[in-house]
Design a protein around this ligand. Structure first.
Ligand code: ATP
Ligand code: MG
Length: 157
């Protein structure tokens, strides 16, 4: 079941990253985070913070895995960073093994998750990012499932 829970305005990329850090510290391994929002809205900025919160080494510079589709990083939980922008055939999702990844034990962050077929992911957190102006973004959280709601409640915005 989908529930809208909270939204917050961030006023810089660092503030968006900081929210990612908070979530990275709290999130359980196995969680899927679906990111939606236009080009340049801040999905990757959020994942950069998420990675820090998951204790992924700062030696890794996190960018949109546009050509590789999936990047993988070791941390407190393994982070799978997925970008579906260039995926135009659902068969490709099978080729890249996305089903196993979202059902696996890592944390999976998916940019352009709105391109997934309906019900591709069950319990997950959706974060929708909307550009307000050059430096401000509205981040809205939607929970699908109990555990995710608990996670969102723990995030002090
Ligand atoms: N409050 C903010 N939060 C996040 N990014 C911001 C904010 N204000 C400005 N920005 C800028 O917006 C851009 C966000 O880029 P980012 O690569 O994170 O977007 P994206 O959603 O991943 O885009 P794409 O769909 O192309 O992968 C950066 O240039 C960043 O500096
Ligand atoms: Mg990106």
């Amino acid at each position: 079941m989908k529930n809208f829970t909270k939204s917050i305005i961030t006023n810089s990329p660092e503030e968006t990253q900081n929210l990612g850090i908070k979530i990275g510290k709290l999130v359980e391994c196995g969680t899927v985070i679906a990111l939606t929002g236009d080009l340049g809205s801040g999905k990757t900025a959020f994942v950069q913070g998420l990675a820090r919160g998951l204790e992924i080494s700062e030696d890794y510079y996190i960018t949109s895995p546009t050509f590789t589709i999936i990047n993988e990083y070791p941390g407190r939980c393994r982070l799978f960073h997925v970008d579906l922008y260039r995926v135009n055939d659902p068969e490709e999702l099978e080729n890249i093994g996305l089903i196993d990844i979202v059902n696996g034990i890592g944390v999976t962050a998916i940019e352009w998750a709105d391109l997934l077929p309906d019900n591709f992911i069950q319990n997950h957190l959706t974060l929708r990012i909307v550009r307000v102006d050059d430096t401000s973004r509205e981040l809205s959280f939607f929970s699908y499932g109990h555990k995710i709601e608990e996670l969102i409640n723990k995030i002090v915005l």
